[in-house]
Design a protein around this ligand. Structure first.
Ligand code: RTP
Ligand code: MG
Length: 140
């Protein structure tokens, strides 16, 4: 399987509860390497641009407010099949449906405040990494 990179975000519900280290341990235990990482404060407009694919969904406004409510940690994870592997480690969107041992099963508070974001395909991973990181911040 090819080595991939994927964009991960540790969301405000998790940064607020000081869970960055515990979540990063889950990634590393699964064989994902954190190759770039920074803590940033999104504006609502920046959150809205990032999640614009969901613009017509009923939860969009709430999602944008939530993502801009407190700082997030954005990161690039690398590894074999990293996009799918990350989504496995994250678990289902709704923590009530997430498998035991996944990040969302252990840490998420609700379907909206669910601790992590992960890219869902190679095209979205490339675009999402470029949204947050410049080439200079990514060691080849
Ligand atoms: P993400 O994009 O954040 O990695 O999550 P995902 O693929 O598992 O879920 P997606 O369908 O892309 O939804 C994006 C985010 O919107 C919030 N959401 N809220 N209140 C609701 O019913 C609802 N549904 C989705 C979650 O924060 C979800 O991760
Ligand atoms: Mg998604």
């Amino acid at each position: 399987m090819a080595v991939e990179r994927t964009l991960s975000i540790i969301k405000p519900d998790a940064t607020r509860r000081n869970l960055t280290g515990k979540i990063n341990a889950k990634f590393e235990e699964a064989g994902l390497r954190i190759v770039a990482q920074k803590r940033i404060q999104l504006t609502k407009a920046q959150a809205g641009e990032f999640y614009k694919v969901h613009a017509e969904r009923p939860f969009y406004d709430e999602l944008c407010d939530f993502m801009a409510s407190e700082p997030v940690v954005v990161q690039v994870l690398e590894g074999e099949g990293a996009i799918a592997k990350n989504r496995e480690v994250m678990g289902a969107t709704n923590p009530a449906d997430a498998d035991e041992g996944t990040i969302r099963a252990e840490f998420a508070e609700s379907v909206g405040e669910n601790s992590v974001h992960g890219s869902d395909a190679p095209e979205t991973a490339a675009a999402e990494i470029a949204y947050y990181f410049s080439g200079l911040e990514l060691v080849g």
